[in-house]
Structures are given as structure tokens and as C-alpha cells.
Design a protein around this ligand. Structure first.
Ligand code: PMP
Length: 497
């Protein structure tokens, strides 16, 4: 397969830089200074770095191109293969630089959403391929999602298109699957992008590399700027690449920390995206507010919620153990501890004949309730009441009859300084088949969606089995009291101990 280079480059005569011709002898060809430690231009071919990479990857030196970070190579690839108006296909969500580099170079972007399992929508991609697409950018493991794309899909795509298929493996060293570097011999249109910025711990030196067919690598050399990787970068890269064991040790340690943090985030109730990288993406309500709060308190994380399908998603990079611990402490401070509390039989005495508190005569706050609620408030809990009331507004239970004792309860508790953040009441009958009667969670659904809750520390105090089920359905621990028992104080003491 002949690779179709951008038309603008067909007749390009590459700039013949001085150090490409000679770098030994009395060097009087490049208008360098004879003085100074860094007086000479760097090797334009980054040969030593490529040799070190070739050993590490078991690939030919001629199959490797070194860039000033892989970001430079993304830019070069678009320059190399796209003319003005050509298309770059980007399955989303993914790393943002593919789009930016395309736009800067006058290429058009075509987005296609990843499937709900975050894999390639191959059918969708094949439908768009004939439409002037010159490059497809795939990111595996993907940023910011964290998952790997299926190799089978990637290779099928390579085999069925003339477009350049770029697989950005910036995070591959953290993944459980192997790199696709070995496949470049078979697919002349496949480019693997890698970097020293992640697992190798060298983001500061700006060294990324591409592995591809010799023909494709030569194209990149023809169009790059003459001295794209500085002497300092090259020296540092050579040194770092000498110690892959150190890199692997650090990867192991980062993965260990990732497992630990994932476990803790899960306990806090976060929905976590599976990650094969050194970062974790998770969902938390009000992610932007949390990101800002964390930043105010000295922890910088990345909100990714503007990406398609990633509402309320935050991304954290795994740091050192002490940094991760600091993040977790600060994150917990952003989360609400909620005491969900049933009303009848837990806060108010529930008559065991009518099961209705429908007059001031029937109204009585149970012993221990005031002290228990005060204890919870002091411990930083938000109080949320969740109550089923059979048929409020019916002949059997006029609204007024419900409201009079209910409002007295609110006033009496307020006098003690006790305020409920929310009071949710289902007014329906069991036969109404409403969505809000406990153990269904309709009453609190919106509250749960809108509030970042510490599910590890939140709980529900109840007196019935169905409410224990409700607690389970919302994801908190249930504590069951005997109906009308002096129990809430005991629960509160246990929780706040
Ligand atoms: N690709 C991906 C997927 C990335 O996440 C990043 C950095 N965030 C890069 C490439 C850029 O890497 P480099 O430092 O090599 O330019």
C-alpha cells in the first residue's frame, strides 16, 4: 500500500540542515558559536534516543521517530497527511489535542461517538471513511476514559482503510494489554504514538515517539523542523531509557496506589470508570463545584464533564501516597454526610392501630430523638426525612390532618436547633403504584443526583424491613430500630462514636 502524503508536500524539498550532513570535524557550517556548553545544534535524527528506544521496543531504528513530546508528532501527522479541508476522524470522548491540531492545520474534524461500552463504533466509522478522511486518531488506553480499545477492532480498521490510523498509546505501560507496536510491520498505515511523559516520569523533557513503517517515518523526518529535540532532551531521554526497570517499578507502585484509591472512592459511593492508566475518572454530582473547592484547598484535579457522555466526571492522576491521601481527605470534606431518617415510629410515636399521626392528640416525639438528632448535627450530618404516608389528601387522611402534627414536629425540633435539610413525603397509597413510595427511590432521586454524598458515612435510620431495602437501594447502610423504641440516640451514638 502506497501512503498518500498531503498534496502540498509532494514536491517539497526538505530543508537540508547542517548537522544532518556532518557533526564531526571543525564545524563551520551552521553559524553556531565556538563558545558555550550548548553551542552545537542537536542531532536532528535523535539517533541515540532512537537506538535506546529500538532496544526497549525491539523495533528497528528506522521505524522510530522522536518528537518534542508526542503532541509535536500529532501536529506533524496532520501536516503530513492532510491538505486544507481534508478530514480527521476522532472517536470521542478522547484526548483534546487531536482536534486542536487538526483545526490549527486547516483540516476538518469529524467526530464519532464511542459506543456505550467505550469501544469503537466500527460500523459508524466505516460509513464515514470514504468521505475524505485522511487520519483516524485512536487513543488506547483512552484519555480521559481510561479503557483500552479492542485490538481486533483497531487492526480491522487498519486493514480496511487507506487512511492513516494513529493509535496513541501514551498510557500503554500502565495497561494490562500489550502495545500494538509489533503490528506496524503488517500495516503500513498504522502509527503508534508513545511518550516518556507518563510511565517514564519525564513529562518535563518533552520526548515522545512514533513507531511506524519506514516509509511513514521518513515522511515525518522530511517535514519536521530541523532541530526538534534539544540536546538536553536527548541526553535526558537516553539516560532515562537506560533504566526500564525503574520505570516498571514506578508503574507497579502507581498501579498499587490506583487500586487503593479506587477501593476508597468506591466506598465513598463514586461511580468509577475502569482504568488501564495512571488516572481515575469518576462521577460525582456537582463535579465543577467540587473541582473548584478542591483547588481552593490545594488539590488540582480535572473536570471532564463537558465531554459527550461524561456529565459530572472528574479525572484524578495518581500521585504519591501522601498526595493521594491529601486528595482523599479534601474530597471527603466536599461530600455530604447524610442521615436519612424515617418519620413514623423513629422520630414520632406511631399508633399501632391506625398507623396514622393525624392530630395533635396523636403527636409525640419519641424519647432520645432530640438528643440523637443534635448529636448527628454536631457530627456534621445533614438530616433528611423520608416518609411514606398512606393517602394524604384522601377522605381518610385529609391534608390538614397530616399537616397539623407534621408542622408542629418541624417547629418543636426547630426550637431545639434541629433543622432537616429536606423532608420527603410520599402521599400515595400502596396500590397507587407510584414511583416514590419506599422502598422505591423516586422521592430522593433528584436529591441524590444533585448532591455529592459520602455514601460510606451516610446511613438510614428505619423501623421496617422495607426501609432497610430503601437504604440498600440508595446505597447507604440501614440501621433498624424497633418501632417507637428509644433508639435514635443509640444509633446516633454508634454512628458518631
Ligand atoms: N496523548 C495522550 C493521550 C495524552 O494524554 C497526552 C498528555 N496528556 C499526550 C498524548 C501528550 O504527551 P506528550 O507529553 O508526549 O506530548
Amino acid at each position: 500500500m502506497k501512503i498518500a502524503i498531503s498534496k502540498k508536500l509532494v514536491n517539497l524539498k526538505p530543508y537540508g540542515c547542517a548537522r544532518a550532513l556532518a557533526n564531526e570535524g571543525v564545524l563551520m557550517d551552521a553559524n553556531e558559536s565556538p563558545f558555550g556548553k550548548f553551542n552545537r545544534y542537536p542531532d536532528p535524527f535523535s539517533l541515540e534516543v532512537r537506538r535506546a528506544l529500538s532496544e526497549f521496543l525491539n523495533s528497528g531504528v528506522e521505524n522510530i521517530f522522536v518528537g518534542n513530546g508526542s503532541d509535536e508528532i500529532i501536529d506533524l501527522l496532520i501536516k503530513a497527511f492532510c491538505d486544507y479541508g481534508d478530514k480527521v476522524l476522532i472517536p470521542k470522548p478522547t484526548y483534546g489535542m487531536y482536534e486542536v491540531a487538526a483545526v490549527i492545520n486547516g483540516a476538518k474534524t469529524k467526530f464519532i461517538e464511542l459506543k456505550s461500552n467505550f469501544q469503537l463504533d466500527l460500523e459508524g466509522i466505516f460509513r464515514t471513511l470514504n468521505d475524505g478522511v485522511k487520519i483516524i486518531f485512536l487513543c488506547s488506553p483512552n484519555n480521559p476514559l481510561g479503557n483500552c480499545l479492542n485490538d481486533k477492532d483497531i487492526l480491522e480498521l487498519c486493514g480496511r482503510t487507506k487512511a492513516i490510523v494513529v493509535v496513541d498509546e501514551a498510557y500503554i505501560e500502565f495497561a494490562s494489554k500489550k502495545s500494538l507496536v509489533g503490528a506496524v510491520g503488517k500495516y503500513p498505515n498504522l502509527v503508534i504514538l508513545r511518550t516518556l511523559s507518563k510511565a517514564w516520569g519525564a513529562a518535563g523533557i518533552r520526548v515522545g515517539y512514533a513507531v511506524a513503517s519506514k516509509e511513514l517515518i521518513e515522511i515525518l523526518f522530511r517535514i519536521k523542523s530541523p532541530y526538534n529535540v534539544s540536546v538536553l532532551n536527548q541526553e535526558a531521554a537516553i539516560k532515562i531509557l537506560k533504566n526500564p526497570k525503574n520505570m516498571m517499578k514506578n508503574v507497579k507502585s502507581i498501579l498499587r496506589e490506583k487500586r487503593r484509591i479506587t477501593g476508597i472512592l468506591e466506598k465513598l459511593g463514586m461511580a468509577i470508570f475502569p482504568s488501564e492508566t495512571n488516572f481515575i475518572l469518576f462521577n460525582v454530582p456537582k463535579s465543577v463545584v467540587i473541582q473548584n473547592k478542591l483547588q481552593e484547598n490545594g488539590v488540582v484535579v480535572r473536570d471532564r464533564s463537558k465531554e459527550p457522555g461524561l456529565k459530572n466526571a472528574l479525572r484524578i492522576t495518581i500521585g504519591k501516597r501522601s498526595e493521594n491521601d491529601f486528595f482523599l481527605v479534601e474530597l471527603e470534606k466536599c461530600l455530604k454526610k447524610v442521615a436519612f431518617i424515617d418519620r413514623d415510629g423513629v422520630i414520632l410515636f406511631e399508633p399501632q392501630d391506625t398507623f396514622k399521626i393525624d392530630s395533635l392528640m396523636a403527636y409525640r416525639i419519641l424519647p432520645g430523638v432530640v438528643e440523637g438528632l443534635k448529636l448527628l448535627l454536631m457530627a456534621g450530618y445533614n438530616l433528611v426525612m423520608v416518609s411514606n404516608q398512606n393517602g394524604i389528601g384522601t377522605e381518610n387522611f385529609p391534608t390538614e390532618d397530616f399537616l397539623i402534627p407534621h408542622e408542629k414536629m418541624i417547629t418543636d425540633l426547630a426550637k431545639e436547633g434541629i433543622k432537616f435539610e429536606k423532608i420527603f413525603v410520599c402521599p400515595h397509597m400502596p396500590d397507587d403504584k407510584c414511583k416514590c413510595r419506599k422502598p422505591k427511590i423516586g422521592l430522593v432521586k433528584k436529591y441524590l443526583e444533585e448532591n455529592p454524598i459520602n455514601y460510606g458515612k451516610s446511613f438510614m435510620a428505619v423501623d421496617r424491613e422495607t426501609d432497610m431495602e430503601f437504604a440498600k437501594n440508595i446505597g447507604v447502610k440501614g440501621y433498624k430500630a424497633r418501632c417507637n423504641a428509644d433508639y435514635l440516640l443509640k444509633i446516633a451514638k454508634k454512628i458518631t462514636r
